[in-house]
Design a protein around this ligand. Structure first.
Ligand code: PRP
Length: 211
């Protein structure tokens, strides 16, 4: 039997993902604190690796991972060719447009605005296709809330979970773009070649939600 390989996004979602595996009887042998990247379950012929979230869709598209566990934000941003098969129901948050209160009026007046974000594709889709509005998009890699505070951008497109980062920095939500959560994605060929094993995992994960 060949190995079935899982790519798991490092960071916020990883712990919960490995808890899910455990709940459906899959021992990942992952050592949370180690620097090791690949873990194997020889009995079940499974491999698990941790990757940067934004790289998970790439590993799955190329088929080096049959299955990926990653946030919907990353899936939407990366636009890879893969199947999204399951909403895992955790890591719930939303993608929003936010800014300083003083920008709310100019924002709604459709002025040409500067948008800072870690998600340029999502921002482009939202403004150009969704709202038919031309904007300048500035790509950043983190601490996005800083941009409007220091005058780099007028608004941000970013994730809000508890809302405390916005609140602590005096920012408010202007618009809600979409809801997000952790998802299971599958390589297109793997879904055909390993249909029984993958369907089994999907069914087991689904039973967790119906309990
Ligand atoms: C994310 C996001 C917000 C924050 C939202 O950043 O970009 O900054 O979390 O969470 P909250 O609504 O619960 O405050 P993350 O911590 O992942 O790191 P980053 O700022 O480096 O992108």
């Amino acid at each position: 039997m060949r190995y079935l390989t899982f790519a798991v996004a490092k960071g916020r979602l990883a712990k919960k993902t490995f808890e899910l595996f455990e709940q459906i009887g899959i021992e990942s042998n992952m050592e949370q604190k180690s620097r090791k990247l690949i873990f194997t379950n020889e009995d079940l012929k499974l491999k698990f690796f941790l990757a940067k979230a934004s790289d998970v869709p790439t590993y799955v598209e190329y088929g080096v991972a049959d299955i990926g566990f990653v946030g919907k934000d990353t899936i939407q941003e990366e636009k890879k060719n893969l199947y999204e098969v399951l909403d895992l129901g955790f890591g719930r948050c939303k993608m929003v447009v936010a800014g300083l209160k003083t920008m709310q009026e100019p924002y709604h007046k459709n002025a040409l605005i500067r948008v800072a974000t870690k998600y340029p594709n999502i921002a482009r889709d939202y403004f150009y296709n969704g709202k038919n509005q031309k904007v300048d998009i500035i790509k950043l890699n983190g601490s996005i809330e800083l941009a409007p505070l220091v005058g780099l951008s007028d608004v941000i497109v970013d994730i809000v979970e508890t809302g405390s980062t916005l609140k602590e920095n005096g920012l408010i939500i202007f618009e809600h773009i979409c809801d997000l959560s952790a998802r299971m994605v599958v390589n297109r060929v793997s879904l055909k070649m390993e249909n029984d094993r993958i369907s089994n995992i999907i069914e087991n994960l689904k039973t967790l939600y119906s309990q």
